[in-house]
Design a protein around this ligand. Structure first.
Ligand code: X5A
Ligand code: ZN
Length: 578
């Protein structure tokens, strides 16, 4: 099993800065990198990572994405006078040059490539590169938005070329649209690009029509570019999680990537002067975790933006800590997604409906209800203090699994478990979700569309995961489920399995210990009756569980209104009517 987390950083990348007055660029300072690195050192995270040296990207590496003319032009910048640099800078948008930036840009791209190599050769499981300049705005022949070379785009092409990867997923959680990444791969179905971004109906930089949700990719790449525009500032944790549960995760699992690259910008965190969003740094632990079981755990995060020198280092620490496999923090104050976020979500899902079977709503009635679900409240057992660190987690898991193994009666195991947990504080309340589904795709769809949002909103103190003897859940899906459920209750998960499932005990335990779940095979479309049943249930539960919603109130109200005025107006093409 590949283990370990790579950390790539070199102080050299702090050695360039803005040399003249430019209000648009003054936030991109060397301290962004130093405070992030210092926070990792202070919290002991650097010591737990595998330190990998940077290297300079070669011309050939850079030419995977950029034009020769552009590379040659940038090569001249180290020799330019201040006046020449200023003038050179003027041809691009919101970016600055410095005599040392070409060197740093080669190191930043090279760092991303070193990270890909470390993960692909199995030296580590995953990793993060702390780099400057960022990359996701730079285009084939243009610097843009503080970016010189497109670090992540180069890394994706490099990974495909060097390791023969068929599919790469790029997740851009920076608050700006990674338009450089989009333009690079928009006709390429082998690279799935996801970006959410502050948009405000095209009022926010870079003010591109191409950042809209209806830019789904071109030609063969149609469906492989996902844009989630935020049309209001102040988005919160629940807005981000909602997009992950209802768009990114189902599509990403259906895509089945061989590698996940993250444009890890933290200007999407609270306090950032650019993003003006309200998500807290611990949300990045969850975003990271939710992506960590794709591609057999091969995840490379590369720093992009992040300009608040308090929330940036905190967010970086959350990301690295999660990559290392630590239990996740309880997601802070989850509320209902806001109306504007729900409107965006609805538009994105609709725009991608033709391309992804997980977004296709079944049109016919189910003959059989294949998905059973109940949600009731009952007394539970507070288990805090029992599993406070990795070591005790291991021990408890082992003991418990041993019990279940030795004792032929699963009930005995259950009662011993309960007596164990009864010793802990009581009187906390958890929910019980019973989920069954006939095929793998339908099951996973229910996990993303129902179970994860419910779990996040419910915020349990303990997750009790029971594998029913007749569940027919494929082992690999079971492992994914086990891994994903550790998003909740700070990883306090208890698993009950039966004697005849001995073979799956080891793999389950390894997921509980934070090892990546093995990659799934590419999913087929879910059975229409499963989708239908799930959708119906989701709609029924939406009033009580806001994270299940995928449509804004306004959108709903508007459709009712359209129905009401049938015959009087032209608005017969309302989505509610087809
Ligand atoms: C990487 C990044 C932001 C550029 C903002 C320009 N760039 N107004 O976050
Ligand atoms: Zn940004």
């Amino acid at each position: 099993m590949k283990m370990g987390t790579a950390l790539i950083y070199d102080e050299e990348m702090t050695k360039y800065k803005l040399l003249w007055v430019d209000p648009a660029c003054k936030i991109e300072v060397p301290e962004r990198l130093t405070v992030s690195h210092e926070a990792l050192v202070r919290t002991g995270l650097t010591d737990r990572c595998v330190s990998i040296p940077v290297r300079e990207a070669t011309d050939a590496d850079i030419l995977l994405v950029h034009s020769e003319e552009y590379l040659e032009a940038v090569k001249k910048t180290p020799y330019m006078t201040l006046e020449d640099l200023k003038e050179f800078t003027l041809q691009y948008g919101d970016v600055y040059f410095h005599p040392n930036i070409y060197h740093c840009a080669k190191l930043a791209a090279g760092a991303a490539l070193q990270l890909v190599d470390s993960v692909m050769t199995g030296k580590v499981r995953n990793g993060m590169a702390l780099v400057r300049p960022p990359g996701h705005h730079s285009m084939r022949s243009a610097a843009n938005g503080f970016c010189v070379f497109n670090n992540v785009a180069i890394a994706a092409r490099y990974a495909k070329q060097k390791y023969g990867l068929k599919r790469v997923l790029i997740v851009d959680w920076d608050i700006h649209h990674g338009q450089g990444v989009q333009f690079c791969f928009e006709d390429d179905p082998s690279v799935l690009c996801f970006s959410w971004h502050r948009y405000e109906h095209q009022k926010f930089w870079p003010q591109l029509r191409e950042s809209e949700y209806d830019n789904v990719g071109k030609e063969k790449g149609a469906g492989f570019n996902i844009n989630v525009p935020w049309n209001k500032v102040g988005m919160e944790n629940s807005d981000y999680l909602s997009v992950f549960c209802h768009v990114l995760l189902p599509v990403a699992y259906e895509f089945c990537p061989d590698l996940v690259l993250v444009c890890a910008g933290f200007d999407s965190a609270i306090g950032d002067p650019e993003g003006e969003m309200c998500a807290t740094p611990d949300i990045f632990a969850h975003l990271t975790h939710l992506l960590m079981n794709l591609a057999g755990g091969r995840l490379c995060a590369v720093l992009e933006g992040g300009y608040n020198l308090t929330s940036l280092p905190q967010s970086v620490c959350q990301t690295v800590q999660t990559l290392l496999g630590d239990p996740l923090p309880q997601p802070a104050n989850l509320s209902a997604p806001c109306t504007s976020a729900l409107e965006s979500l609805h538009c994105v899902r609709s725009a991608h409906r033709p391309y992804w079977s997980c977004l296709k709503h079944a049109g016919r009635t189910s003959t059989e209800l294949l998905l059973r679900f109940s949600c009731h409240r009952f007394q539970s057992y507070h288990i805090c203090g029992l599993m406070t660190d990795r070591y005790t987690r291991i021990k408890t898991t082992a003991n418990f699994l041993q019990d279940a193994d030795d004792d032929s009666d699963a009930l005995t195991a259950l009662s011993s478990l309960i007596s164990l947990t009864e010793k802990m504080n009581k009187n906390e309340v958890i929910g019980c979700l019973h989920l069954g589904c006939s095929d793998m795709s339908g099951f996973l769809q229910a996990v993303f569309g129902l179970l994860l949002p419910l779990g996040y909103e419910y915020d349990p103190d303990l997750v009790l995961l029971v594998r029913m003897p007749d569940s027919e859940v494929h082992d690999s899906v079971w492992q994914q489920l086990t891994a994903l459920l550790q998003s909740f209750a700070q990883g306090h998960t208890l698993v009950l399995m039966q004697e005849d499932e001995k073979a799956c005990v080891g793999p389950t335990a390894s997921c509980l210990l934070g090892d990546p779940a093995p990659p799934l095979e590419r999913l087929q479309a879910a059975l229409p009756e499963d989708v239908e049943a799930m959708e119906r249930l989701r709609h029924k539960l939406q009033a009580a569980w806001k994270l299940l919603q995928t449509t804004g109130e306004r959108a709903t109200a508007a459709s009712h209104f359209s129905i009401y005025i049938i015959g009087h107006t032209e608005s017969l093409k309302s989505p509610a009517l087809d």
